[in-house]
Design a protein around this ligand. Structure first.
Ligand code: GLC
Length: 685
């Protein structure tokens, strides 16, 4: 059951799709403090889940989080904000409630940070809507919340293949070389992402004709290799005379304004830019239609970036900092003046002063940016998605964004921004996945191997061994870091094997994704969601329930040769040594140590579950969904629902997409049945 409470007169954010009549009273479980914060008293054992793309654990208790989309590539543990703003939590204890704070500006969740037993929610604006959701279980609360916010974005099937990216592919030949290497080593690959270098001087919707000549032909050439190219689109538009997007934007008033009515100037990759006013429906339509230039070249996927929006500097901020530096020049600086100057220079990017100094026209309503900040990236992605619906209504186009707010999950997926090649960021990736699913973000993943810093072979292998389960599976790294493509780390056989496991599981992963999207389910769940009566399971932060009946226990520490794993019940342990070779063990409920070499993938299966596997291939186009091998851990008849469709049309709900693979009793024996060909059954009981 959900209830809506309204404080003041909130801005319509677009997060919720069900129009609820607000309650007359305020919610009982919260005390309102003098400054308007909402306080909830937690018991010693309450757990708090949620917040989507946020730092720290699956249990959010014990820290403070600031929901304000932030471009910060240093996700160290003390950080309070990342790129997304996902204001949904579930308090699980004596009371079990879901809370969604729907507001376009900052929300601070102090979850036992100031006072370990107090949860305080503080909104920057006194205008917000609060939704309280109660249900039978944690999962039930999530399902209801997901119903409230609408169906998650559905990506094309090819986007579940492995994607290679790097900020530095400067020419078509470099991209060809990447593809050639992957194909040469037999490492599966479906897409290459094009970072800002494919553009002419970082101008959106242009292609550098010298570096990428005959772009349309190049896209087709790559398609023949089984590769889709996925270009980046940045939020900001370069100021350059004669550049059509800039000229039109000025002419038709599409850019955010200063208080004086001029177009706000932000320094981003192209140099000086203007920010399209994505909160305005005309601007959304105008900007969205620009993607057509690339769709017409055969492009089938995009990633939207720098849309918090990232502002390296504003004219005003830069001038103030340079003036201060000029003033200091030649003077003897005492230490305080030195730090003051340093802070001025270091604080130039993404400053709250800049965010408070430009304005949107929300279809007639003028709003200062900081009050609607969290909706910016959301609406950039909405602009693109709505344009795809206009131009290619029957085709799924891949779309994922860096910045997001709840509601954007209907229009695209996300990647979790500029992480680092750190073991701790592999663990953060693991912990974030269920929280993202709670908030509707199903098509999600981190930069595998880490964006910043230099990756090592073992980190990349371990990260891929987890990444094979994330819907977005993309290796991406920053300019200037060690080359991170899989073939750059010696013997490629290990990479080939682990990535091939993804491809052999792809029908299962895709089925689980589609079922989760169509029925508001979570692909990734904390153990407590599946084992609500197991108190120990609720403390496990490095294992996840995955899809229908699987449990993941990735290895995420350097030099590890295995790990401890907690089994909340008896399970079948499947260790993939190659896509077709596995070791099995039936392990009893409890704690176990498992050996896992860097080239192996551990997987656990619940009782009376089935896992269909197909033959590994090098690209999604070649997956044969007519023949399966089945791993079954069963002692009674059971069924697996396989979802399979063409993977690119949008007619998702047809009953013929759902197929059944089952184990039934036949003459006293358990036998597998399916309309598909079953080539082998590995049956355990
Ligand atoms: C941002 C993005 C990153 C990209 C870079 C250059 O830092 O988060 O993924 O590679 O910009 O475009």
């Amino acid at each position: 059951m959900f209830k809506k409470y309204v404080y003041g007169s909130p801005v319509e954010t677009g997060a919720v799709v069900i129009d609820l009549f607000p309650e007359a009273d305020k919610p009982q479980m919260f005390d309102e403090t003098e400054n308007g914060s909402l306080e909830f008293i937690m018991t010693e054992t309450d757990i708090v889940y949620g917040l989507g793309e946020a730092n720290r654990g699956i249990n959010k208790r014990g820290y403070i989080y600031s929901s304000f989309c932030t471009d910060d590539p240093n996700h160290t543990e003390e950080k309070r904000s990342l790129y997304g703003a996902h204001n949904f939590i579930i308090i699980d204890g004596f009371d079990r409630i879901g809370v969604f704070v729907d507001t376009s500006s900052r929300v601070t969740f102090d979850i036992g940070y100031t006072d370990s037993n107090v949860l305080t929610i503080t909104t920057d604006s006194s205008d917000f809507a609060l939704y309280i959701i109660t249900g039978d279980s944690l999962y039930d609360i999530v399902r209801q919340f997901r119903g409230l916010i609408g169906r998650s974005y559905i990506a094309p099937k090819w986007a579940f293949g492995f994607q290679q990216s790097r900020w530095s592919y400067k020419t078509a030949d470099e991209v060809r070389e990447v593809v050639r290497n992957y194909r040469k080593h037999g490492i599966p690959l479906d897409a290459v992402c094009l970072d800002i270098d494919y553009m002419e001087r970082y101008k959106d919707f242009t292609v550098d004709e010298t570096a990428f000549p005959n772009f349309k032909e190049f896209v087709a050439e790559m398609r023949c290799e089984g590769i889709r190219l996925v270009p980046i689109i940045d939020a900001a538009v370069k100021i350059e005379d004669g550049y059509d997007v800039y000229v039109e934007g000025i002419h038709d008033n599409h850019f955010c304004k200063t208080a004086e009515g001029g177009d706000f100037v932000a320094g981003v990759w192209p140099g000086k830019t203007h920010l399209p006013d994505f909160l305005n429906s005309n601007t959304r339509k105008w900007f969205g239609d620009k993607y057509k230039t690339l769709l017409d070249c055969g492009i089938e996927g995009f990633w939207n970036d720098m849309n918090e929006p990232a502002i390296f500097y504003s004219d005003k901020g830069l001038k103030a900092a340079l003036d201060a530096a000029a003033e200091a020049n030649g003077k003897e600086l005492d230490i305080n003046s030195f730090f003051e100057l340093r802070d001025k220079l270091m604080g130039l990017s993404n400053s709250i002063e800049d965010y408070s100094s430009f304005y949107h026209n929300m279809d007639g309503k003028v709003m200062r940016h900081d009050t609607v900040h969290n909706l910016y990236g959301f609406n950039m992605t909405r602009a693109a998605y709505e344009a795809f619906m206009r131009h290619e209504p029957d085709k799924r186009i891949l779309l994922f964004s860096r910045s997001s707010y709840i509601g954007m999950h209907r229009y695209g997926g996300i990647w979790t921004g500029d992480n680092q090649s750190w073991w701790s960021h592999l663990l953060l990736n693991i912990k974030m996945m269920p929280s993202l699913n709670m908030c509707g973000f199903l098509y999600a993943g981190a930069d595998i191997g880490g964006f910043g810093s230099n990756c090592t072979r073992d980190l990349l292998l371990r990260w891929i061994a987890f990444g094979i389960f994330t819907p977005l599976m993309r290796n991406h790294s920053a300019l200037g870091t060690r080359a991170q493509e899989c073939y750059n780390f010696g013997d490629t056989e290990d990479f080939k094997n682990i990535i091939s496991i993804r491809y052999s599981m792809l029908p299962y992963i895709y089925s689980e994704y589609m079922k989760a999207a169509l029925a508001d389910k979570m692909m990734f769940r904390p153990l407590s969601f599946d084992y609500p009566d197991d108190n120990f399971a609720a403390t496990v932060e490095d294992q996840l329930m995955f899809g229908d009946g699987l449990m993941l226990a990735p290895v995420y520490t350097q030099n590890a040769v295995g790990r401890y794993v907690y089994l909340p019940e008896d399970m079948l342990y499947i260790k993939f040594t190659t896509p077709t070779q596995r070791r099995y063990a039936l392990l009893p409920k409890g704690n176990h140590y498992i050996d896992v070499a860097v080239n192996e993938v551990p997987l656990f299966m619940r009782k009376n579950k089935l896992l269909p596997l197909c033959r590994p291939t090098d690209r999604t186009d070649n997956i044969d969904e007519s023949r399966f091998e089945i791993i079954a851990y069963v002692d009674k008849p059971c069924e697996y629902v396989l979802y399979s469709d063409d993977g690119y049309t949008t007619d998702y709900d047809r009953p013929e997409h759902f197929d059944s693979i089952s184990v039934k009793e036949d003459n006293g024996k358990l036998v597998a049945f399916s309309r598909k060909t079953i080539v082998k059954v590995s049956l355990f009981n």
